[in-house]
Design a protein around this ligand. Structure first.
Ligand code: UT7
Length: 323
């Protein structure tokens, strides 16, 4: 079904950035009590990129933004809004978005961070898209960027093998069109705070803390929540799952992607999977997967996309986009 023409936010370009150092499961098993076999079988992960000392959330975010600007054939001067989704900001404050803004050289525009952990990119996209629809922004950079390696407990094999670092970005522009972001649905349920959290913070321990997760419980909630929010967003967009060209999901675990696709009766070949190459990069995972599939030619103009994610909080959401 074609949407009505209205002021909507259209994706004009995508970009991504990964740290220089790529670490295989084999390499990880030299410092952590684990095996390539366990990691591949339970998660589908084969590699993750880990930031070196000179690589930060903001530096990766800036690189991904530059790539997205080039893809959109735009310059920093065209941008009036920057939203960065991250749970690993360079500093407690200022917002990482202001560091990115200064590095890009578009000082003066609106710039702030959004914290919704692995769903952060969906939340950031929704905020930017709402501002564009309302007419308070025209061209936005929306970035998901993380350096989770810095909040991992490298003694905890149940979590440290699962995550990686990286950044992905999109340029959103306001246009009168029947394309772009058609509908987004977001949720949060703080009753599950203790299933996935960091055991420190500026306002409590005064430290950064380390990531803690009860993986099995998170897994169970993820499949249920992702399936329901995907259907909800499709209904809001007036679409059905038969019309989906590509699902671009949060890349936590290949088994979650397969189970969600099965629950919804979706062809697994329509699900973009980068978890094998990137592991779980939290807020960066959806835009990293999107950029990979745009650049290798799978995602084409006019395709119907569903972006979805679930993470700490819990938070979860889905967005239906005519690309
Ligand atoms: O991004 C936010 C959303 N996050 C997620 O969606 C993550 C969701 N959860 C998961 O992906 C999975 O639950 C995990 C991958 C985290 C774990 O898989 P699981 O099949 O639920 O395993 P488990 O935690 O129940 O552990 C099974 C066994 C345990 O041994 P015993 O007690 O059965 O003897 C663990 O000690 O696997 C052991 N184990 C490991 N063995 C080798 C845990 N981690 C490792 C490891 N290497 N790295």
């Amino acid at each position: 079904m074609s949407a009505t023409t209205a002021r909507r936010a259209v994706i004009k370009g995508t970009g991504s950035a990964l740290p220089r150092t790529r670490v295989s499961n084999e390499q990880l098993s030299e410092r952590v009590d684990t095996t390539d076999e366990w990691i591949v079988e339970r998660t589908g992960i084969r590699f993750r990129h880990i930031a070196e000392d000179d690589e930060t959330t903001s530096s990766l975010a800036t690189l991904s933004a530059k790539e997205a600007l080039a893809a959109a054939e735009m310059t920093p001067a065209d941008i009036d809004l920057i939203v960065v989704a991250t749970a690993t900001p360079d500093q407690t404050f200022p917002a990482t978005a202001t560091i990115v803004q200064n590095d890009l050289g578009c000082n003066g525009c609106v710039a702030f961070d959004v914290a919704a952990v692995c769903s952060g990119f969906l939340y950031a996209l929704s905020v930017a898209e709402s501002m564009i629809r309302a007419g308070s922004a025209q061209n936005a950079i929306v970035i998901g960027a993380e350096t989770f390696s810095r909040i991992l407990d490298w003694e905890d094999r149940a979590t440290c093998v699962l995550f990686g670092d990286g950044a992905g970005a999109v340029i959103l522009s306001g246009e009168e069109t029947d394309k772009g972001v058609l509908a987004t649905r977001l949720h949060a349920d703080g009753a599950h705070n203790q299933l996935l959290y960091v055991d420190g913070g500026a306002g409590t321990t005064g430290t950064v803390g380390k990531l803690r997760m009860k993986g099995r419980e998170v897994f169970r909630h993820a499949v249920v929540n992702l399936s329901s929010v995907l259907i909800e967003a499709l209904e809001a967009a007036g679409e059905t799952s038969d019309n989906i060209d590509w699902v671009v999901p949060h890349q936590a675990n290949a088994r979650i992607l397969d189970a969600t696709a099965k629950k919804l009766g979706l062809d697994p070949a329509k699900v973009i999977k980068t978890v094998d190459q990137h592991a779980n990069t939290s807020a960066a995972s959806v835009p990293l997967a999107l950029d990979a599939a745009v650049r290798d030619g799978r995602i084409k103009r006019d395709d119907l996309l569903v972006l979805e994610a679930m993470g700490g909080g819990f938070t979860w959401g889905a967005s239906v986009i005519r690309y």
